[in-house]
Design a protein around this ligand. Structure first.
Ligand SMILES: Cc1ncc(COP(=O)(O)O)c(C=O)c1O
Length: 329
């Protein structure tokens, strides 16, 4: 329990308890997919207090870094983020007593930006995308410059750190595995940014003989595609292949690709079922349908990373300003 936010007794115990709560995600039946030929269940990553599954990673990566002796009390932590991990690190750092510096880009959702500011983390916003590597590349270049100026900072390095999948192995898998009826699942499909949740969940599912597929975005170079921009945040990579996924390609059965317009369609189809999720969940939903149409798998498990509220009506097409959906029409 927290009695005083300015002086938290036993911060690591408090953080661990919060993390256990975040990792206790529900598994929900989403109904038929692919014209009734298949059925979808999803692990709901958006049910945390911060509305994104990255709450698990931010807390977990700092706690594991303490355990490994990589992080000291009071040491500043730095990370490049599209937003959601930043919120989680900001809260985890506030509880653990580690100042947080975050590098992001101007497209960060206003809600996410305000959440980070109110938690007291410091935001560095790059001016725009790198000509070939997009905003991810400009963010990493600014991060390296900040680290050169202040070398004592600890970089969580979500793309390349073994601690990323280790967090899901340690906290997510034991909490969701008992809720999955593994005999029901024919195949699983997950979106990939760093690959952290894909790796943690796929190791467990493949242990039950379940093939695991990736849903990636068109314009992501993670699995050899040609790099290109997207309105989606958190999925795909334009400038790098994160070591987390790159060193675990043996877990990947195959890769399905979807566009921003597919994401919007997926978000709207989910909203028609009362599920309000973000764009990467829309991609997971559309690719799960395709998996049923193109393989013999019928019962599919997926993972929805975050809530739709973060993106306003970008994917819902509710207002005349919803450019993406107009383009998709
Ligand atoms: C909205 C969203 N979807 C998907 C992902 C990808 O998750 P992972 O980094 O575990 O591959 C992220 C990661 O930041 C995300 O924020």
């Amino acid at each position: 329990m927290i009695e005083d936010w300015n002086r938290i007794e036993r911060p690591q115990l408090v953080a661990r308890r919060m993390l256990e709560g975040f990792a206790d995600l529900p598994v929900v039946d989403c109904g038929p997919i692919s014209h009734g030929h298949g059925r979808l269940r999803a692990i709901y990553g958006m049910t945390t207090t911060e509305s994104s599954f990255k709450s698990i990673l931010g807390f977990g990566i700092l706690l594991l870094a303490y355990e490994a002796g990589l992080l000291r009390p009071g040491q500043t932590v730095i990370e490049s983020t599209s937003g959601s991990l930043g919120v989680s690190l900001a809260l985890a750092g506030k509880i653990l007593g580690n100042p947080i510096e975050l590098v992001t880009d101007p497209n960060i959702p206003v809600v996410t930006r305000r959440k980070i500011e109110l938690l007291g983390a410091r935001l560095h916003i790059v001016s725009g995308p790198h000509p070939t590597g997009g905003t991810q590349q400009s963010r990493v270049e600014l991060l390296r410059a900040l680290m050169a100026a202040q070398p004592d900072m600890f970089w969580t390095d979500q793309n390349d750190s073994d601690l990323n999948p280790a967090v899901y192995r340690r906290w997510l898998v034991p909490s969701v595995e008992p809720k999955l009826d593994v005999d029901w699942i024919d195949a699983a499909i997950f979106v990939v940014g760093t690959g952290g949740h894909f790796v943690g969940l796929s190791e467990m599912l493949r242990g039950h003989g379940i093939p695991c597929y990736v849903a990636d975005r068109v314009g992501s170079a993670t699995f050899g595609g040609r790099p290109g921009p997207s309105v989606l945040r958190g999925i795909g990579n334009m400038n790098t292949v994160p070591k987390v996924i790159g060193s675990n390609l043996h877990l990947v059965e195959d890769v399905y690709y979807a566009t921003d317009e597919d994401a919007a369609e997926g978000v709207q189809e989910l909203a028609q079922r009362g599920i309000y999720a973000g764009g990467t969940s829309g991609i997971a939903f559309k690719c799960a349908s395709r998996l049923v149409a193109e393989t013999s798998a019928r019962n599919i498990l997926t993972f929805f990373p975050d809530r739709g509220d973060l993106y306003g009506d970008l994917f819902l097409g509710a207002s005349p300003g919803a450019e993406l959906v107009r383009a998709a029409a």
